[in-house]
Design a protein around this ligand. Structure first.
Ligand code: CA
Length: 256
């Protein structure tokens, strides 16, 4: 059973009156594993939010009923929604709108037309920022899943068998995807501070981890940073996750 604590189960409310854009966003967010709810009017969204709170709201600026700005202002005025993560969608190039959007308390904004991968990246970043201490039992990036409770890793739905050190190494890299760890930092984080092990040991285990993950020539999610160390490639998820055709045809959507 999926719980709210899993990143992939996060609930997102899209408040947008342009149906093609709503469909596109719903399709792509659901493909990322989010649970998506939609409202086409500001007043409907307000009622929906009183019934239950999502983890994040994508809120259009121009809406029938109540405008996005007004809804955002009302949400920020109530203690139970004052910290609700909100991404505001605004019309292109209207700087004053952007400023007002942020001033009303939106956490982030996107100017239409925007690319779907850009929105997905903002959603991911804002959810991460909003819940820094959230214990996520399931880490999922692209086609790779790491289940902490069950100590299992799968790629594209197929089990990947890892030794305990490789498992902890992958967990460490995935939970701070994008961050570059030096070999010394990995030794501290994965093996423990009090253990003396040669830094080359890290290379050996990264090599084993890669062989297990990348069977059959699958793209390598781990980056070697020259003179730096290793990182889980935070763009790894973006490459395979957005279904190609729909995205390339409809990638730039919405005109306010
Ligand atoms: Ca609109």
């Amino acid at each position: 059973m999926k719980t709210q604590s899993t990143a992939m189960g996060a609930r997102i409310l899209i408040v947008e009156d342009e149906e093609p854009l709503t469909l596109l966003l719903r399709y792509n967010l659901e493909a990322e594993g989010y649970r998506v709810d939609v409202a086409a009017r500001g007043d409907d969204a307000e009622i929906r939010l009183k019934e239950g709170l999502p983890d994040l709201v994508v809120l259009d600026w121009m809406l029938p009923g109540i405008s996005g700005i007004e809804l955002c202002r009302r949400l920020r005025a109530h203690s139970d929604t004052e910290r609700l993560p909100i991404i505001m969608l605004t019309a292109r190039g209207e700087e004053s709108e952007r400023v007002r959007g942020l001033a009303t308390g939106a956490d982030d904004y996107l100017v239409k037309p925007f690319s779907v991968p850009e929105l997905l990246a903002r959603v991911k970043a804002l959810l991460r920022r909003a819940n820094p201490g959230r214990i996520v039992s399931l880490l999922q990036i692209g086609d790779l899943e790491l289940d902490r409770d069950r100590r299992r890793v799968s790629r594209a739905g197929r089990d990947v068998h890892l030794g305990p050190t490789e498992f902890r190494l992958l967990e460490h890299l995935m939970q701070s995807a994008g961050r570059v760890f030096s070999r010394g930092q990995l030794l501290d984080g994965v093996w423990g501070r009090d253990v003396y092990i040669d830094e080359r040991t890290v290379d050996v285990h990264v090599g084993r981890l890669r062989r297990a993950l990348n069977r059959g020539g699958a793209p390598d999610p781990i980056r070697t940073v020259r003179g730096g160390g290793y990182a889980f490639d935070d763009r790894f998820g973006d490459r395979g996750s957005v279904t190609g055709k729909q995205n390339s045809e409809l990638g730039n959507a919405g005109r306010s």
